[in-house]
Design a protein around this ligand. Structure first.
Ligand code: OVV
Length: 407
C-alpha cells in the first residue's frame, strides 16, 4: 500500500491530517505554547503517527471530546495506555479511570465530601496558614516561589484537611508527579516516575488506611460513606488515594503558575492589590492561561467521529486542554493575562461528568493565598529565570526565583 503524504494508511482516519511530532518531547512540555498553536492551526483533529493517536486542541472539538463520556471513555485509561490491552501501573482510580454506572456512585461520595459547604469549613485554616507562610517568606525577601510558597501552602493545609496523621511533603508532591507522568508514553519522564513508584506508592497506600486518618477530616467523611453502605472500606481507601493523587501536585502547580503570571504582569498585581475580591477570577485566569493539567486522553469505545472525521474504536485521543484554553477563536486575545477576564468555560478543570471534583477546594486554597498576598505583598519580581519542569500531563514550574516586597 502506498502511503499518501500527510495521510494515515488506515481507512477509519483516512481524511485526518498527519502531524509527525512528539507532544511529549521535553522541549515541548517545557514550553508548550508554540506546539499548542500549531496543533490548533493543523485542524480540528490531527493524527500523530509516533504514538498512533489522534489529538485535539481547538476549543470546540476538545470540549466536545472531553465531555462525551459515552463515546470517549475513561475506563480504558486517560493516558496513552489502553487498559483494555495493557495492565495499568497501579489499580485504576475508581473515580477517574471509570465510566458510569460505577463512576456515578463514587463521584456522588466525593462530590459530597468536597462540597462548597465542607470547603467553607476549611476557609479559616486556609487563611491563617496563608498568612503564617507569607510572613515567613516576606522575612526572607528572596525566595524560590516553587518550594517556599507553592509547595509549602498545599502540603500544609491539604493533608490537615484530609486528616492525615503522618505528613511526608516530598512523597506527597512526588506522588502527584508520578501519577501524572504515568499518563504519558513510555518516555524518560515516565520511566523515571515508574522507577520511584514502588517506594512512593507504598507510603501513599499506607497513608490511606482508616487508622492513619483523624476522625474529623475529609478522609473520615469518605470512610463514613463506607459505614453507611454506599461504598466498601477498600473503595474508601482508593478514594482517599484519589485525594493524594490529584490534590497536591495540582494545587502546588496552580500556585506556582499564579506567582509566575503576576511576576510577569506587574500591572495585574496592582489590579489585585487594588481589589482583592478579584482573587477568585484571577485564579480562573491563571488556570486558563497556564493549564496546570495540560493534557489528558480518552479512548473511543465505538467507531465514531470528531468534527466530521471518522475515528475508529480503540483510538486514543489526546485532549490538549492547554491548547483549547489558548484558542483565539474562543478567547479573542488569549495571550493577554487579565485577571478580570472571568474565562467561563475554560477547560483547566476538564468538562462534563469527570470535571474536577476538587475544584471547590482548589479555589478555596487559591482564594485564601491570593487574598492574603494582596493584603501583604506590595510587589512580586522575578529574581532570576523561571524554569519549567517537564511532565507528561502537568504544566508546572521547577524553579521560580522571586523577590517579594512587603507592604
Ligand atoms: C491524576 C489524577 C487526576 C484526577 C484523579 C486521580 C488522579 C485519581 O487518582 O483519582
Amino acid at each position: 500500500m502506498e502511503l499518501v503524504e500527510g495521510h494515515r494508511p488506515v481507512d477509519a482516519a483516512a481524511d485526518i491530517a498527519t502531524w509527525d511530532t512528539d507532544p511529549y518531547d521535553e522541549a515541548v512540555l517545557a514550553d508548550p505554547y508554540p506546539w499548542w498553536a500549531e496543533l490548533r492551526a493543523r485542524g480540528d483533529v490531527v493524527y500523530i503517527p509516533r504514538y498512533e493517536v489522534l489529538a485535539v486542541g481547538r476549543y470546540e472539538p476538545t470540549k466536545t471530546t472531553f465531555s462525551d463520556h459515552e463515546t470517549f471513555v475513561s475506563s480504558r485509561g486517560i493516558g496513552l495506555n489502553d487498559f483494555k490491552l495493557e495492565t495499568p501501573w497501579r489499580p485504576p482510580s475508581i473515580i477517574l479511570e471509570v465510566d458510569p454506572p460505577d463512576h456515578t456512585k463514587t463521584r456522588k461520595v466525593m462530590s459530597r465530601v468536597l462540597s462548597p459547604k465542607v470547603v467553607k469549613g476549611l476557609a479559616d485554616d486556609f487563611r491563617v496558614t496563608a498568612e503564617t507562610i507569607l510572613d515567613r517568606v516576606l522575612e526572607q525577601g528572596e525566595i524560590d516561589g516553587v518550594t517556599d510558597l507553592a509547595e509549602a501552602f498545599p502540603t500544609t493545609v491539604f493533608p490537615r484537611a484530609v486528616g492525615m496523621h503522618d505528613v511526608h511533603v516530598r512523597n506527597l508532591v512526588d506522588y502527584g508527579a508520578i501519577v501524572f507522568n504515568a499518563v504519558g508514553p513510555d518516555n524518560a519522564l515516565r520511566k523515571a516516575a515508574m522507577a520511584r513508584a514502588p517506594e512512593v506508592s507504598a507510603w501513599i497506600n499506607a497513608a490511606c488506611a482508616r487508622d492513619q486518618l483523624s476522625e474529623d477530616g475529609l478522609g473520615s467523611l469518605v470512610y463514613a460513606a463506607a459505614d453507611a453502605g454506599e461504598i466498601t472500606e477498600d473503595e474508601a481507601a482508593l478514594l482517599v488515594r484519589s485525594f493524594l493523587s490529584a490534590g497536591v501536585d495540582t494545587t502546588v502547580t496552580g500556585i506556582g503558575n499564579a506567582l509566575w503570571c503576576f511576576a510577569n504582569n506587574p500591572e495585574q498585581w496592582e489590579a489585585l492589590k487594588a481589589d482583592p475580591k478579584l482573587a477568585r477570577p484571577a485564579f480562573e485566569e491563571v488556570l486558563r492561561y497556564t493549564s496546570p493539567v495540560h493534557t489528558f486522553a480518552r479512548t473511543a469505545n465505538v467507531d465514531t467521529e470528531i468534527a466530521g472525521h471518522p475515528v475508529a474504536e480503540s483510538t486514543k485521543v489526546i485532549c490538549a486542554l492547554g491548547a483549547a484554553n489558548m484558542d483565539p477563536d474562543k478567547w479573542g486575545d488569549p495571550d493577554v493575562f487579565r485577571i478580570n477576564r472571568k474565562p467561563a468555560g475554560h477547560l483547566a478543570f476538564g468538562a462534563g461528568i469527570h470535571g474536577c471534583v476538587g475544584q471547590n477546594i482548589a479555589r478555596g486554597e487559591l482564594e485564601a493565598l491570593l487574598t492574603a498576598m494582596a493584603e501583604r505583598v506590595d510587589g512580586i519580581e522575578l529574581a532570576g529565570d523561571a524554569e519549567w519542569r517537564p511532565n507528561n500531563a502537568i504544566h508546572a514550574l521547577d524553579k521560580l526565583p522571586l523577590r517579594l516586597f512587603a507592604k
